[in-house]
Design a protein around this ligand. Structure first.
Ligand code: PMT
Length: 394
């Protein structure tokens, strides 16, 4: 029986937590409820206890010794933590590492997936500070269920309503159903930009944040693969359970990938590799005395072309970041580089490509078919790409 910890925070939507708990229990999950003191102002612990059929953990500092033990056992025993409704206060605390209540400490101590269902006033939801913390947590692998739009308790209308309990439970079930369908496979992912030095302080590079590649590495690891991530310079934390090899230049990425290629079953090249580098790197910082400076550039090694020429058993996946003739250019790369599939990003579309948490992609297959996808988070896209790769093995 799967164990779900249901965190309830202070919100007018807290009453919906009773319905969520009830649906989860009916579906056969064991539900342990943690309520913040603010939540207990909106809904009684007795209600939650009656529905979950377990004692409810209400956060109180006067039982500190018990509290310390509780959060560890709840954190370790959870298959998933769902916080619904999740307040801006709790999300901000988790994002900034503040653990001053039982729910926040449990979230911090767990290795289980954590799902937040935010519910708040539209202004709060759209506040850049809240959006910043939410995106930060998404980047760390926390999962968010998007709030609905509609009439809010404060009398206004907009985004911020807690979705229907059925919708939240369906999302939870989907997350728990993570298959180990990459068990025994070695997945090699590249991510981030490369930096090609001009002199000791300057380089040529691009806007890749590494988010797409890191999401792929994280999802492949969750599905049982042994994952190696060859990463250019990024600000992202290394995904848990993934071996990370840090590189800077295209040449370094080429060498790392070449070494790992023979043992890989799947190679996914999400990195934005610089196509050109300065032919010569100045040993000293170039002075700005001249009005014009010309740099002579030469091609970097095309890593994916090399892999395409040398592949035997490997499934080879490329990305194409394009600003025009997106599908034609991507198809050309698929053919030239001997790939099994390529993910075309249209950089002109909002929510696609570099730096953002979402992507808008079309997957092109070797056989000529295409799968056009709507805008989705990079984590969701990573799941779709892995699903398509699995189908190739079958
Ligand atoms: O990192 P994010 O901010 O999340 O952004 C994601 C992304 C836009 C970087 C990613 O989704 C993406 O599109 N990556 C590929 C970008 C790119 O370099 O495309 P390209 O068309 O230049 O290259 C085509 C393919 O060849 C890519 O798989 C690339 O890794 C590979 N390549 C390119 C040049 C080179 N010298 N060696 C290569 O292996």
């Amino acid at each position: 029986m799967k164990n779900i910890v249901l965190g309830v925070t202070g919100s007018i939507a807290a009453y919906k937590a009773a319905e969520i708990a009830s649906l989860l229990v009916k579906k056969g999950y064991q539900v342990q409820v943690i309520m913040t003191p603010a939540a207990a102002e909106f809904i009684t612990s007795l209600t939650m206890q009656s529905i979950s059929q377990h004692p409810v953990h209400v956060d109180m500092f006067n039982t500190l010794s018990q509290w310390e033990i509780e959060h560890i056992s709840l954190a370790q025993g959870a298959d998933l933590i769902l916080v619904a409704p999740a307040s801006a206060n709790l999300i901000g605390k988790v994002a900034s590492g503040i653990a001053d209540n039982l729910l926040a400490t449990t979230i911090m101590a767990t290795g289980a997936p954590v799902v937040f269902a935010p519910a708040m006033n539209t202004g709060m939801y759209e506040n850049p500070v809240f959006q910043h913390w939410m995106n930060f947590l998404k980047g760390m692998g926390y999962i968010f269920i998007e709030p609905d739009e509609g009439r809010l308790a404060c009398g206004t209308s907009g985004k911020g309503r807690l979705p229907a309990p059925e919708k939240i439970v369906a999302a939870v079930e989907q997350i728990l159903d993570v298959r180990k369908d990459l068990d025994g496979k070695h997945v090699l992912v590249t991510a981030g930009p490369t930096r090609e030095p001009i002199d000791p302080v300057r380089f040529l590079s691009n806007h890749s944040s590494g988010k797409m590649g890191y999401a792929l590495a994280r999802e492949a690891e969750k599905r049982g693969a042994q994952v190696t991530l060859v990463s250019g310079p990024t600000k992202l934390a290394p995904p848990e359970g993934v071996k990370v090899i840090a590189v800077k230049t295209a040449e370094e990425m080429f060498n790392a990938v070449k070494n790992l290629f023979p043992v890989a079953d799947i190679v996914i090249k999400a990195a934005a590799v610089a196509d050109f580098r300065p032919r010569q790197q100045a040993q000293e910082k170039i002075k700005k005395k001249r009005a014009v400076l010309s740099l002579e550039l030469e091609r970097t090694p095309d890593i994916l072309s090399y892999l395409g020429e040398h592949k035997d058993k490997q499934i080879l996946v490329g990305f194409a970041a394009e600003t025009r003739d997106v599908l034609t250019n991507a198809q050309d790369k698929l053919n030239r580089k001997n790939l099994d599939l390529i993910i075309a990003n249209d950089l002109t579309q909002e929510g696609a490509g570099f730096e953002v948490d979402t992507n808008v992609a079309t997957i092109l297959f070797k056989g000529g078919s295409a799968l056009t996808l709507p805008m989705m988070t990079k984590t969701e896209l990573a799941c779709v790409i892995l699903d398509e790769i699995i189908k190739l093995f079958q």
